[in-house]
Design a protein around this ligand. Structure first.
Ligand SMILES: Nc1ncnc2c1ncn2[C@@H]1O[C@H](COP(=O)(O)OP(=O)(O)OP(=O)(O)O)[C@@H](O)[C@H]1O
Length: 517
């Protein structure tokens, strides 16, 4: 079940212009909500307002309103975090927050009591007040709790946490120099800052690598800084659609997405990997949690984040020997051992015993294979009973069972693609260039490029961009995604029998957020 995470109060005469669309299957707004003048904003549901009843949830009947005027959604990182509600204007005439014009196609975090208005020449057509759950408004203790600064250079950090990891907290911040300027009068963007408690002698590797990079599918970093308490601040773009884990975790299990949608995500990840690998950089911790979305819908731009254990190989001999990553996504040659006593030494990371072995940038392609497998089937290929030992042993064997029902509707070229990435023998595994040339991508390359340029790079929002691409015969997953009511959180592992022959595979869709080593 999805839950209400915020509300829009209808102000003034707004109610008179509103009607519910016929999109019953995915419209959770009811006549009662309109009568009571409160529209709920729920997790996992894009809420669209506009004039076109076939595309929006709430119709605003007025000639100055665009077909789809603005969209809202809510992201909840996990069950312990505060919800983040966002708004994106996609209209011709524009929308305002507290009287300040929103930049078209840009997402803004909504704050308690924000007033959203749509105006025409004569004044305000409709007005909504955003109401946040009570706890969000009052939590100002975060700066003391984390022992961090609220102001760093020109950046002002807010009390809102977008995500937490093993090493960092990610908070919303603003660039103070970008106050709405008088001529354009546009609302300034929100940014994110990742704050990591560093050991005294540690250098800022993550910031250093990220500052070198400039690619549409890699999170853009603007500035890094260290304070007197050894907190490292990495100021970067805010990904307003949450991460891929949250996007897929709509029920107790991870849900598969349609093949076309997965294809566009894979394409973007591959473009980023090709860029990274050609510069000698290996990510080494690709996983669902580190793939960020611009908005939680198909055809969105994705960015790769978390370069905390990335390696710049230009200064080495091109091979790595440190055992790092997250076992579930980690290539066998990286050297995770089912028995930790087998490690040469083990602090935060272990080192491979045999200096001749080592691994190269193809470890990222294995991780992409795992991610693609999950997106297409909802199943994590080597998860077994969820213990580190069983995951590692299963990845070493590398056997993928393509006979489970989850693969039934997936095209043979998609299966073949996954198979070429999840090759235990590194020599047989595709690199990023070969992967981009694989039939699964190649046969849709023209459409992928078209969508990439129009939607990803230019940010246009046609709703049916993926409809022309016929990959699988049909996609039952599609129905899963639009119809049901969902509730999600970062889950505890559990097991499930998925073979009709009663073979216990336990490759389960429901699992906890994985911590890297
Ligand atoms: N720029 C961003 N915009 C929005 N959300 C973000 C951003 N960066 C990170 N996040 C969220 O915060 C979470 C934690 O961030 P990140 O993975 O960088 O931290 P970490 O401590 O390195 O995590 P890990 O435990 O994977 O090493 C991510 O999974 C994501 O949901």
């Amino acid at each position: 079940m999805s839950t209400v995470q915020g509300k829009l109060k209808l102000l003034d005469q707004t109610r008179n212009f509103l009607a519910l669309s016929k999109l019953k299957s995915c419209n959770y707004v009811t006549e009662d909500d309109l009568q009571n003048s409160y529209i709920p904003i729920k997790t996992h549901n894009m809420l669209k307002f506009g004039r076109n009843g076939n595309e929006v949830n709430v119709i605003i009947n007025h000639p100055a309103i665009s077909g789809v005027h603005f969209a809202m959604w809510c992201i909840l990182f996990d069950e312990d975090s505060f919800p983040m509600c966002y708004i994106k204007d996609i209209s011709l005439n524009g929308s305002k927050i507290n009287g300040i014009q929103l930049q078209k196609d840009t997402s803004y975090l909504l704050r308690h009591n924000d007033i959203i208005t749509i105006d025409d020449m004569t004044g305000s057509i409709c007005a909504f007040q955003f109401i946040e759950p009570i706890e969000v408004k009052t939590d100002d203790t975060i700066f003391q709790k984390l022992n961090i600064n609220q102001q760093v250079n020109k950046w002002c950090i807010s009390n809102r946490i977008v995500g937490n990891g093993t090493f960092g907290h990610v908070l919303i911040c603003k660039d103070e120099t970008k106050k709405p300027n008088q001529t354009r009068k546009l609302k300034s963007k929100d940014y994110a800052v990742k704050i990591i408690k560093m050991k005294a002698d540690r250098i800022n590797k993550e910031g250093r690598i990220l500052l070198l990079l400039n690619h549409p599918n890699i999170i853009k970093v603007y500035y890094t800084s260290m304070d007197l308490n050894n907190n490292l601040y990495i100021f970067q773009d805010l990904a307003t659609g949450g991460d891929l884990f949250s996007y897929l975790a709509k029920t107790d299990c991870l849900t598969a997405i349609p093949e076309t949608e997965a294809l566009l995500i894979v394409y973007q990840i591959l473009l980023a990997l090709k860029y990274l690998h050609s510069r000698g950089i290996v990510h080494r911790d690709l996983k669902l949690d580190n793939i960020l979305l611009e908005s939680p819908e198909p055809c969105t731009r994705i960015t790769i984040a978390d370069f905390g254990i990335a390696k710049n190989l230009t200064s080495t001999n091109g091979r790595m020997h440190t055992v790092v990553g997250t076992p579930e996504y980690c290539a066998p040659e990286v050297g995770f051992k089912a028995n930790r006593e087998m490690y040469h030494h083990f602090s935060r990371a272990a080192t491979l015993k045999d200096p001749d072995k080592g691994y190269n940038n193809k470890c990222d392609l294995w991780s992409l294979g795992v991610i693609t497998h999950i997106m297409l089937t909802g199943v994590s290929p080597f998860y077994r009973d969820g213990t580190e030992k069983s995951i590692i042993e299963s990845a070493m064997r590398g056997n993928i069972n393509y006979n489970i029902r989850h693969w039934e509707k997936i095209s043979s070229s998609a299966k073949d693609f996954v198979d070429h990435l999840l090759k235990v023998d590194v020599r047989k595994r595709f690199d990023s260039k070969k992967s981009l040339d694989h039939l699964w991508l190649k046969k849709h390359r023209t459409q992928l490029d078209e969508i990439y340029i129009k939607r990803i790079l230019q940010g246009n929002s046609p709703n049916d961009s993926l409809s022309g691409m016929k990959t699988a015969k049909n996609s039952a997953d599609h129905e899963n995604r639009v119809s049901s009511e969902h509730n999600w959180k970062r889950k505890k592992p559990k097991t499930m029998v998925i073979s009709s022959k009663k073979v216990k595979l336990n490759t389960l869709t429901s699992y906890a957020k994985k911590q890297p080593i």
